[in-house]
Design a protein around this ligand. Structure first.
Ligand code: ARG
Length: 293
């Protein structure tokens, strides 16, 4: 059985990244971060470059936002905002230490052909870290970072169905740490990050749900980047890699341990600009004519 998508990609996939020049652990806003442990800048750069090179090899056009001193988490571009066609909804970060990132991402989006649509106060919202399309539906995580009210506003503004799900384990504080759509109707997830209601929402709305074990979920296995039928995973997920290969995906494991120290991995380091492969919409099908960078 092959669940890997054979969708013909008319346009080159486009992803936004930010080089890790000023990446580090300067504060602690999730259980993974420990200022006393810190990061190794050389190794962080090596790991980030390997991810960048892998995406380029896969034919992705990678755009870069300039790194900024004093904004160590700017490297996690998944948190820039949510993209839908030519619309960019910027994040409003829960923690003050990340709020300084907001103007940089918004100005990048505004100067690269996106219409910046601002979420009304007072909602917190952390972009593609907490809002992921699987088919036509936007699956949305809340509690630690984003709020239900913000997700509902976004659903109404975009005219899409939104399914908010509560995240219950502080280690999986963003939805993209415990859930990853692979194709319409296909996703991986770690059940322990959701309450029973959230688990039933996933089970009744996604036809093929692939469960990740607790042992592999802590290696950020769910924080994967999907490009066509290729899945880039943090290494340390042999069981999941095996399951994905058996349904037709090509798996590329990468070592991203330096970024796990801040609570992120492959997916957090990327923002898909033209629509995720699992999303029912795509920049070309919405026909919004986003200018290429
Ligand atoms: N240190 C960052 C934070 O806590 C990590 C963000 C990871 N991003 C993600 N999309 N899960 O905000």
């Amino acid at each position: 059985m092959s669940l890997a998508q054979n969708r013909k990609i008319a346009m080159q996939p486009r992803i936004l990244m930010c080089p890790p020049d000023y990446y580090g652990i300067e504060y602690e806003i999730n259980p993974w971060m420990n200022r006393l442990i810190g990061t190794d800048p050389l190794e962080s750069t090596r790991q980030w470059r390997a991810l960048h090179a892998t995406l380029v090899e896969l034919g992705v056009e990678v755009s870069l936002v300039d790194p900024i001193k004093g904004l160590p988490d700017l490297v996690f571009t998944a948190n820039a905002g949510l993209i839908y066609g030519s619309i960019f909804i910027p994040s409003r970060f829960r923690h003050g230490v990340r709020r300084g990132e907001e103007p940089y991402y918004s100005s990048w989006a505004a100067t690269h052909g996106f219409d910046v649509v601002t979420l009304p106060e007072p909602h917190y919202f952390e972009g593609a870290g907490d809002a992921l399309f699987c088919g036509e539906t936007l699956f949305a995580g809340y509690r630690f970072r984003s709020e239900v009210g913000g997700h509902q506003w976004i659903g109404a503004r975009l005219g899409v169905e939104v399914l908010p799900m509560e995240l219950v384990d502080a280690r999986y504080y963003h939805l993209d740490t415990c859930f990853c759509p692979l194709a319409p109707g296909v996703a991986i997830y770690f059940s322990g990050a959701f309450d029973t209601y959230g688990q039933s929402v996933l089970a009744s709305n996604i036809e093929h749900l692939i469960e990740v074990s607790a042992e592999e979920a802590v290696s950020f296995s769910c924080n994967a980047v999907v490009v066509g039928s290729t899945v880039i995973l943090n290494d340390g997920s042999p069981e999941l890699a095996h399951k994905l290969r058996s349904i037709g995906f090509v798996v590329k494991p990468l070592r991203l341990t330096e970024f796990i120290k801040a609570g992120g991995s492959a997916k957090c380091l990327t923002l898909r600009l033209d629509g995720e492969d699992a999303a029912g919409w795509h920049a070309t099908t919405l026909n919004q004519g986003i200018a290429s960078t």
